[in-house]
Structures are given as structure tokens and as C-alpha cells.
Design a binder for this molecule. Structure first.
Ligand code: SAM
Length: 224
């Protein structure tokens, strides 16, 4: 039976190796540092400079690492967080607990997450007064929502292992859920991705990547 195997990364934090896809959930150079660098520092901190409430759409909830770090940052900075994360293959709660990620956030953040995870796969949950979590159990291609978000974390497996998650059509579909003026961040940067985003009316910014990657991408949806 193919499984997700807990694997240490270079910064001491764990990731999972997905035997079906043949890839890790995070960078082997450091799961925690990648999540902080790409999604928290380049995404959330940047997008909340002038906001006290933010809606985030993530593609690929996985272990929830991006979520717990976002939850902690928002709680510490009095920002209301509305977090929606699409996940086609939810992990069991036991696998999530085995990551050891409890060590990276305050106890109330971890407990709030773990106690609401199963229910969040079925409907939106309020974790603390200033955080909601919803994990639609669906594939990205089938995901539908009338809502538009302030920030997208695009955290799919890589184009080498899951090319269908990086097609022009799926990028356009994902970007339809972003508000005009909203921000899109991902750990990857390719010419094809840049062209797909430009075709959807985005401006592109190249930023230094997390350790092990030269560059990452941040893009903005031009306001109408
Ligand atoms: C790189 S991992 C995400 C890591 C995650 N953000 C974390 O912090 O653990 C990619 C995720 O996308 C999910 N996935 C794969 N195919 C998908 C699809 N078609 N639609 C939605 N999610 C998908 C996988 O199950 C996996 O959880």
C-alpha cells in the first residue's frame, strides 16, 4: 500500500513523502523555513500591511503547516483570518499529529486546529473569534465558489510531478477566485506560469526563493 512517510528536512522540521506522487509535501531544504518564507513573509505579511481582516484561499491543505503559521501570525497581530483550503486527499488526523508541527505554534493555536480539523473538512468552523477554517474536500478543478479572496497560496505538488495542476486553464480557474488587487504567491516560478498569470491580467514579481530555490513568484491581479 502506498503511503505518506514522515521525513526530516534540512532545517529539522518534518515533511511527508507521498509515495503515489513521488514527491515531498514541502522543500527538503526545510519545510518550516519554506512555509514561512513563501507563504507567511512574501504572502500574508505583505498582503495584510493595510488590512485587519484577510481571506486566504490555499490550494493543497496537506499537513496544515501554512494554515497554523498563518493562524498564529494573524492572532498575534489582531488580524481576522478567514482561511479556505482546497484538498483532494485529506490526511488523517493521526498523520497530521505525527508531523511534530505542534512545536512551532502556541498550544491554543495547535489545539484549535486539531480539534476542528475533522469538522472543517465538512463545513466552515470558527476556531477562535478571529479565525475561520474551511477545507473543501474536492479537487481544484471541481471547486466552485462565488466568493473572492484577498490572497492565494498556490501550494500544489510541482509541475514535474503534477503537471495538470499548472496548466493555463487551472491557473485561470484558480485566479478567478482572487479579488482585483489581490495577491497570489507560490514557491515555483516558470515562464509558462508567468505567461498564464499575465494572460489573466496579473503583474508578476520575482522574489528570492526559500533556501534551495533561486526564485519564487508573487503576482497581483490588476484592478479593473
Ligand atoms: C505540496 S502539498 C501541500 C502542502 C501543504 N500546503 C502543507 O502545508 O502541508 C500538495 C497538496 O495538494 C493536494 N492535491 C493533490 N492533487 C490535488 C487536486 N487535484 N486538487 C486539490 N488538492 C490536491 C495533495 O493532497 C497535497 O496535500
Amino acid at each position: 500500500m502506498l503511503m505518506n512517510i514522515i521525513t526530516p528536512t534540512a532545517d529539522g522540521s518534518n515533511t511527508l513523502y507521498n509515495e503515489t506522487i513521488g514527491e515531498h509535501y514541502h522543500s527538503k531544504h526545510g519545510a518550516l523555513q519554506e512555509s514561512k518564507h513563501v507563504f507567511i513573509d512574501a504572502g500574508l505579511k505583505f498582503a495584510t500591511i493595510d488590512l485587519n481582516e484577510i481571506s486566504v484561499l490555499e490550494v493543497g491543505f496537506g499537513t496544515g503547516l501554512n494554515f497554523i503559521l498563518s493562524f498564529e501570525y494573524c492572532a498575534a497581530n489582531n488580524i481576522k483570518l478567514n482561511y479556505t483550503s482546497i484538498e483532494a486527499f485529506p490526511l488523517t488526523i493521526d498523520t497530521i499529529k505525527q508531523t511534530g508541527y505542534a512545536a512551532y505554534v502556541a498550544e491554543e493555536i495547535w489545539t484549535g486546529f486539531i480539534s476542528n480539523y475533522p469538522a472543517a473538512l465538512k463545513s466552515p468552523q470558527t476556531l477562535l473569534p478571529h479565525c475561520t477554517l474551511e477545507i473543501p474536500h474536492t479537487t481544484l478543478v471541481e471547486y466552485r465558489n462565488d466568493k473572492q479572496f484577498d490572497l492565494i497560496y498556490y501550494d500544489a505538488f510541482s509541475v514535474q510531478h503534477q503537471p495538470e495542476m499548472w496548466s493555463d486553464e487551472i491557473i485561470a480557474h484558480t485566479c478567478s477566485f482572487l479579488k482585483p488587487g489581490g495577491t497570489f504567491v507560490t514557491y515555483a516560478i516558470t515562464g509558462k506560469l508567468k505567461r498564464a498569470l499575465k494572460a489573466c491580467g496579473f503583474t508578476i514579481e520575482k522574489l528570492p526563493g526559500a533556501p534551495g530555490k533561486r526564485e519564487m513568484l508573487r503576482a497581483f491581479k490588476v484592478e479593473g
